[in-house]
Design a binder for this molecule. Structure first.
Ligand code: SAH
Ligand code: SF4
Length: 357
């Protein structure tokens, strides 16, 4: 069977396609097979923004591409730089909808947080994306374009880490997310180290299983956020379908590569999940799972009925986990001054220490 890129409005959309699809395309165009690899290289390695740029590709093929295909880039609507060096990038998609990425400056490298859906259907009650509801899945082209556009138009190079922690639930859009991940980690493609690409999920168990089966070698992060089903049912309604014990069992069964760990994210909500009893339960629940814990002080919004715990409570929670020999890092949201809406875009990737707190 010949594989071909996706089509939209009568044209092939090339970004997100693998080499197989490009081979099919080259066949359709009646071009020699080696053109597929050239095209692949221009798209993912060089992040070409147009076919004209691809100067070692024959004029004939360039013309055919321009008539029959689009790369599938979207427009950058806005870039805002924060005082902490992070940048929030707003993209306008072809149907006029908006999504965001956040380029986060860490000590010595950059992490890019990208979106996978416009909105989110999971409806966690502490999350602004959930509050806005679900609009649509993003395409593989739109997912990949966020990373390539950052290289070409914003930052000059690919970020070291990519986290699928922006808008949306990646494991509810695996049909598009998996091909996008494949070209990101392909050594001939974008060549981002697979362990430095992290898929974050609210705990969609069938999706975790499928991600494991795809064997991409990417890292997994679980938004746990509670230590009892009673609390998790309320703040993350998806827990009714995939309760804590079953979720953690799926984590235990996830095919982790040697020396790798699952990240558990824990948004600290004042008086909801921030007690020492919670810390104690958390330590017990995660026992035996190779993991690290990211404690994320809640990023408030006037639409959300929660508060951030006081600093000393956050530190006490962390300290308890330390004493149980867990790696527990407090991650504050970055880029707050350029629009707190990206709090839920999880710009909380910066390592924070007691000194910062
Ligand atoms: N849907 C996926 C990925 C996107 S959400 C998931 O839920 O994992 C990314 C992270 O942002 C999640 O860990 C979520 O718990 C966190 N988050 C959402 N709203 C937040 C808020 N208001 N303050 C702090 N973190 C938040
Ligand atoms: Fe969706 Fe993640 Fe927000 Fe929950 S936390 S509503 S899963 S984006």
């Amino acid at each position: 069977m010949t594989h071909l890129p996706q089509r939209s409005n009568g044209r092939y959309v090339l970004l997100g396609s693998g080499l197989n699809e490009l081979r099919g395309l080259v066949q359709v165009a009646g071009m020699p097979a080696f053109r597929a690899k050239q095209l692949f290289h221009w798209m993912y390695h060089r992040a070409a923004l147009s076919f004209e740029e691809m100067h070692n590709i024959s004029r004939d093929f360039q013309k055919w591409l321009a008539e029959n295909c689009v790369l599938g880039y979207m427009e950058i609507a806005d870039v805002r730089e924060s005082a902490d060096g992070s940048r929030k990038i707003v993209f306008r998609l072809s149907d006029g909808r908006f999504v965001e990425s956040v380029l986060i400056k860490e000590d010595e490298w950059f992490t890019l947080c990208i979106s996978t859906q416009v909105g989110c259907a999971v409806g966690c009650t502490f999350c602004m994306t959930g509050f806005g509801g679900f609009q649509r899945n993003m395409t593989r082209a739109e997912i990949v374009a966020q990373v390539l556009l950052v290289k070409r138009a914003i930052h000059g190079e690919l970020p070291r880490n990519v986290v699928l922690m922006g808008m949306g639930e990646p494991l509810l859009n695996l049909g598009e997310v998996v091909p996008a991940l494949r070209v990101m980690v392909d050594p001939e493609g974008m060549a981002i180290a697979a362990r430095r690409v992290t898929v974050s999920t609210s705990g969609i168990i069938p999706g975790i299983k499928r991600l494991g089966e795809e064997d991409l070698g990417v890292s997994l992060a679980i938004s746990l956020n509670a230590t009892t089903d009673a609390v998790r049912d309320v703040i993350m309604p998806i827990n009714k379908a995939y309760p804590i014990a079953e979720l953690l069992q799926a984590c235990r069964e996830f095919p982790l590569r040697p020396r790798r760990r699952i990240t558990f994210e824990y948004v600290l909500l004042k008086d909801i999940n921030d007690s020492l009893e919670d810390a104690q339960r958390l330590a017990k629940l995660l026992r035996g799972i190779p993991c690290k814990i990211n404690l994320i002080p809640f990023n408030p919004d006037e639409n959300l009925p929660f508060e951030r715990p006081p600093e000393e409570r956050i530190l006490a929670f962390q300290d308890f986990l330390f004493r149980k020999n867990y790696t527990a890092i407090i991650r504050y949201s970055k880029g707050l001054d350029v629009g707190a809406a990206c709090g839920q875009l999880a710009a909380h990737w910066r390592e924070s220490t007691r000194k910062d707190a």
